[in-house]
Ligand binder design. Structure first.
Ligand code: V0D
Length: 264
């Protein structure tokens, strides 16, 4: 009942987004945030719209989230845009999805450049349609010299496939005698992954209430904080992101060795 009065008197509780942002920036930010952008189909269904309408709306959330992540000082944002399992969807839906990178970039590439964002990709590009590959390649080239946030799209990506390929590459080095079997470490594997140049994600977000990793960055997420929200991806906004990053900052980032009784 006296909440309002108290808050006015102390002004210690940040209330506006702007105030909360200032508090956020005082504490350690997650360097790398990875997101499983789930719930686009369900968002469309709730509105009696075709699934593709949800995907299209989800694309606008990619733009908003990218600008916000960059603004709050996140260094790498990895977005799971298309999984190797997604090929099982109807061809019409896949065809629509594959046009999204082109549309996204023809609309928002200038804005990404203005914001010093660097576009990158993980996954197997060869299997994507040529027009999709071309759009992404053009964006990567246009932003190659930017040194702000890395916007990393996981496209035709699957984590077990990535690990299998890494193991193959390391095995090849062994058979070439370029490395010794006994010298293989975790670092050797990390270096052979598609993310070799990136830090591991500190925070994984999955929208839409599913609590699974779905073959996404299994190796890289070993020590990440996991955040699951019921919010559907097209509805995901700055406030939702802020809540999750605040939660992240208030968790104890323990790494096993200290504080004894906790596991990472
Ligand atoms: C649909 C929600 C942006 C997830 C977001 C082909 C499903 C919207 C891109 C994109 C997709 C990818 C690469 C790039 C620029 C933009 C995208 C796909 C799906 C898969 F360089 N949104 N988006 N790609 N959706």
């Amino acid at each position: 009942m006296f909440d309002k009065l108290l808050r006015k008197k102390t002004t210690a509780v940040p209330s506006t987004l702007k105030e909360r942002l200032n508090v956020l920036k005082e504490k350690p930010m997650p360097t790398h945030v990875a997101i499983i952008m789930d719930g686009n189909g369900r968002w469309a269904k709730q509105r009696k719209l075709p699934r593709i309408a949800g995907h299209h709306e989800g694309m606008k959330t990619v733009r908003k989230t990218t600008l916000f992540a960059s603004e709050i000082g996140i260094r790498v944002l990895t977005l799971y845009a298309f999984s190797t399992e997604n090929w099982k969807r109807p061809k019409r839906e896949i065809d629509f999805l594959m046009k999204l990178p082109g549309e996204f970039l023809s609309t928002y590439l200038p804005e990404l450049v203005e914001n010093n964002v660097k576009v990158e990709m993980i996954g197997t590009a060869e299997l994507l349609p040529a027009h999709t590959k071309d759009a992404i390649e053009k964006a990567m080239n246009a932003t190659a010299h930017n040194d702000g946030m890395i916007l990393n799209f996981a496209m035709n990506y699957g984590s077990r496939f990535e690990i299998a390929e890494a193991v193959k590459a390391v095995a090849q080095q062994v058979s070439d005698n370029t490395i010794e079997l006994s010298s293989i470490t975790e670092e050797t594997i990390s270096t052979a992954l598609m993310t070799s140049h990136l830090p591991d994600p500190d925070l994984l977000i999955r929208t839409s209430g599913e609590v699974r990793l779905s073959n996404f960055m299994l190796w890289q997420l070993a020590y990440a904080e996991l955040a699951f929200t019921e919010v559907l991806w097209p509805d995901f906004n700055e406030e939702n992101m802020l809540n999750i990053v605040e939660d992240y900052q208030n968790r104890n980032r323990r790494f096993g060795s200290l504080e004894g009784d906790e596991i990472k």
